[in-house]
Design a protein around this ligand. Sequence first.
Ligand code: DGL
Length: 259
Amino acid sequence: MKIGFFDSGIGGLSVLYEARRAMPRADFLYYADCDRAPYGEKTEAEVQAYVFSAVEFLLSKGAEAIVLACNTATSVAIRALRERYTVPIIGMEPAVKRALDLSPEGRILVTGTPITLRGDKLRELIGGLDAAHRVDLLPLPGLVKFAERGEFSSSAVEEYVRGELLPFHLPDYSVLVLGCTHFNYFKDTLAAVLPPTVRIVDGNEGTVRQLIRRIGGVPTDGTGELTCYISDRPVTDPAEQARIATLLARLDLLFQGEA
Ligand code: DGL
């Protein structure tokens, strides 16, 4: 079975990483729309058009299920995609429920792109779960730009994160939610900047669990092949292949402790 993964760029590789670990024999297509990233500060209409064209592309390459490994794309396009296509389409949204379940007290800081954080989808999710008003929102679009240029742990990254967290009284917080797949690459910097009592949660595991459920179990018929595309171009250039390999190696390092 071929499963198509989509993200505006390299962020969704973090979800793909988990999926490959859980389904070593499934074949994957990964579409990174790096030419048009970042999405988070564009208009909803622009992003929706990009997502439709990428999904159409993945289906033309034989994808039998689609994972929107992008909270921003999910926020603006998942309803319309499910109306148009019959293949399973799995989306991502910030792990607010998990954060609230993990921490019966304390504040929750949900990070994401501006589109995701202002979207109705997230507002509805929080409205239905957060009766005690414990959730705060923090857009971090700068991290997407750092990630796309491969800058993960520089002093500029740390300064940006510290600056954005400045208005928050961090000892009040117990969980920080990574509501953008690009933010996974910064787990180490975030952990260094946040008080040690703040847990960092992502939505990767839940998404993979949902994927397995929607496709009827872990596929056993493939060879574990991964084919990557950058905005419709197959990744054949050795420099681009090396870039993907380096990113997967970084994820290996960051996620090792969580296995
Ligand atoms: N990785 C994406 C997300 O999960 C979006 C990043 C962007 O392009 O702004 O929201």
